[in-house]
Design a protein around this ligand. Structure first.
Ligand code: URA
Length: 424
């Protein structure tokens, strides 16, 4: 007979868990037979002692089996999913999903709400008046067939073991573990039923993985898990040392995404959107497609508008704007040489763009606008950041998180490439 105490003790003592032990503990935890305190002890033992590839594969398979798997066979087109490990200003899903979909490739994006310093895709989309993120499986399949792109909330029926475990890890300092992150992400993604998955694994101060070697190990682990389950899985390792684009905050990021869909927008957001679109289209066999052209000629924007309308949103409605703004200014002349992504994420969160506890509301208009980014010239007194909020008593805490976290130097710094490595 397997017991929770034996499983915890094995992992605590550095032994490998058997397939039977893993199957049992995930199933018993999902059913409530293994208590939260037992699972948190096991998560900490995995955090400290790691897991071998076979254990990670078994853990992932057991979490997939804890719930349903979406059946996308009725969509009638190749389905390619994308997942980002999360970063500051990461609004890429918004332009990317319609961009790939306009080439006849379906993009199901089952997303989450934000917690902590990285924003949630659903919070961003909900700043569009009328936009509905709660769709049934039938509506998801119908919209993928008709429009090609869907961005909606993941139902609790997909990998429920992960849903429970992720919430527990969040409160027990056991999030930053490669075996636990890889199995968490891939169990949800594989359960979504796409033919291929493209992973955007972020590296840098604004990401879970601060250094390249860890990010690469995470990417390799996830690509292997996808392959084990017969899903074509590829990964790009991308830079998250400075925020992506010039905005962090819900409606602010929607506005910037619309600029990209209109053929403009910040160069880094455009570069990453196009690189990920190429990878997704290649995974669907569309190596001939040119995503940069579809941004320039309005095809991606047309699909965006159809997607927003299909989910009840008003594509032409004005986006919410925060009631108050405050500028943070430069005190010397020179060039911006660094903007710390994590600090900008925390500032946006403190302004009301994010939440401190699950279930709390967010301010649609709150966030940080980066008026001068790395490589740009400033003069003393120039505004570098514009802070947006409905509640001005938050300005001080937000400005505090930015203090000392951005630098002006005498020489212009050049930002490196967005894509640092590629795994397939
Ligand atoms: N995102 C997830 O879905 N799971 C993790 O463990 C970390 C990031």
């Amino acid at each position: 007979m397997i017991t929770a105490i034996d499983v915890i003790r094995s992992k605590r003592d550095g032994l490998e868990l058997s397939t039977d032990q893993i199957d049992w503990v995930i199933d018993a935890y999902t059913r409530g037979e293994v208590a939260d305190e037992q699972m948190s002890a096991l998560a900490m033992a995995i955090f400290l002692n790691g897991a071998v590839p076979r254990e990670i594969a078994d853990w992932t398979a057991a979490m997939i089996r804890s719930g349903i798997t979406l059946d996308l066979s009725g969509v009638g087109k190749p389905c390619v999913d994308k997942h980002s490990t999360g970063g500051v200003g990461d609004k890429i899903t918004l332009p990317l999903a319609p961009l790939v979909a306009c080439f006849g490739v379906a993009v199901p994006q089952l997303s989450g709400r934000g917690l902590g310093h990285t924003g949630g895709t659903l919070d961003k989309l909900e700043s569009i008046p009328g936009f509905d993120v709660d769709l049934t499986e039938e509506r998801v399949v119908a919209q993928l067939r008709e429009v090609g792109a869907v961005v909606c909330a993941a139902t609790g029926d997909l990998a429920p073991a992960d849903k429970k475990l992720y919430a527990l890890r969040d409160t027990t300092a056991t999030v930053e573990s490669i075996p636990l992150i890889a199995s968490s992400i891939m169990s949800k993604k594989i359960a979504e039923g796409a033919d291929a998955i493209v992973l955007d694994v972020k590296v840098g101060s604004g990401a879970f993985m601060k250094d390249f070697a860890d990010a690469k190990t995470l990417a390799e682990t996830m690509v292997r898990l996808g392959a084990d389950h017969g899903v074509d899985t590829r990964a790009l390792l991308t830079d998250m040392s400075i925020p992506l684009g010039r905005t962090a905050g819900n409606a602010l990021e929607v506005r910037e995404s619309l600029e990209v869909l209109a053929g403009g927008g910040p160069a880094d957001v455009v570069e990453l959107t196009v690189e990920l679109a190429r990878e997704m289209l290649a995974a669907a066999g569309r190596t001939d497609a040119d995503p940069a052209e579809a941004l320039a000629d309005g095809r991606a924007m047309d699909t965006w508008r159809s997607m927003v309308a299909a989910q009840g949103g008003w594509p032409d409605a004005a986006l919410p704007v925060a009631r108050e703004t405050m500028d943070v200014t430069a005190d010397t002349d020179g060039y911006v040489v660094d903007v710390d992504a994590y600090a900008v994420g925390v500032a946006a969160w403190r302004l009301g763009a994010g939440r401190t506890r699950q279930g709390l509301p967010v301010q649609a208009g709150a966030g940080v606008e980066i008026l001068k980014t790395v490589g740009e010239q400033v003069r003393a007194g120039d505004p570098v950041f514009r802070l947006h909020t409905d509640t001005p008593d938050r300005f001080e805490a937000a400005a505090e998180s930015l203090a000392g976290q951005w630098q002006v130097g005498p020489e212009p710094a050049k930002r490196g490439p967005m894509v640092l490595d590629r795994l397939a």
